[in-house]
Design a protein around this ligand. Sequence first.
Ligand code: SF4
Length: 260
Amino acid sequence: MNWLERLNAEVITCRKCPRLVAHRERVAREKVRRYRDDEYWGKPIPGFGDPKARLLVVGLAPAAHGGNRTGRIFTGDRSGDFLYAALYRAAFANQPWSGHRDDGLALRECFITAAVRCAPPGNKPTPDELATCRPYLVEEMCLLRSLRIVVVLGRIAFDAFLKAWGDGGRAVPAPRPTFAHGALTKLPDGVLLLASYHPSQQNTQTGRLTSAMFQRIFARARRILAGPRASRPRESKRRNVWKRLPRRRTGLPRAASSGI
Ligand code: SF4
């Protein structure tokens, strides 16, 4: 079992937050009409992606009928469609969509996680719940040894990331950077922090965050990783990259996958 499988196995059995455990399990029992035939995951959602990632994406929390239903982060909802389309365009994902945990989606050089692993009521975790879940984020960040850039989705994830970064023994800039879409901060140890609005429907349906704006975030991350003189990845190069990528099903351990 590698570090990711071990950590994921720990996360998906976690019951530390009574309010969130009750909510995620109630949603999974009651469902919504459009997914009434689905078997909901109803457990915490582990991180997903490449253990050798240079890019870390930090979201807020799973959606009640998205990740909490499908068992994979940003999977089965509109926010995920928005995110994976942008990651695909920047050659971090092998396909521009995510529907369920066995849809063939794979990430390369990218790992996606969240500040809180259980779907919170109203998408609003409490400060205590954020603090209780933070050690999982700290551990992921410590184990992603190739990390060079972190894209945080929304203000809550931005704050959660900085707290986790400090908890992991890494230096945090003083004064603390403030959240703004597109703001890039160089952390004291050289890792870059790039802030983005969260691709929630509240932001995407109002035009606060457009697909072009979101794609520019990940195109910028790609250019940073490629080096100062690199240009935007060309379509033909991106396709070649994915021809060489081994197809993977999921970052979850097998035992957990078969439990759905
Ligand atoms: S939010 Fe995090 S700490 Fe709380 S129950 Fe879920 S996995 Fe555990």
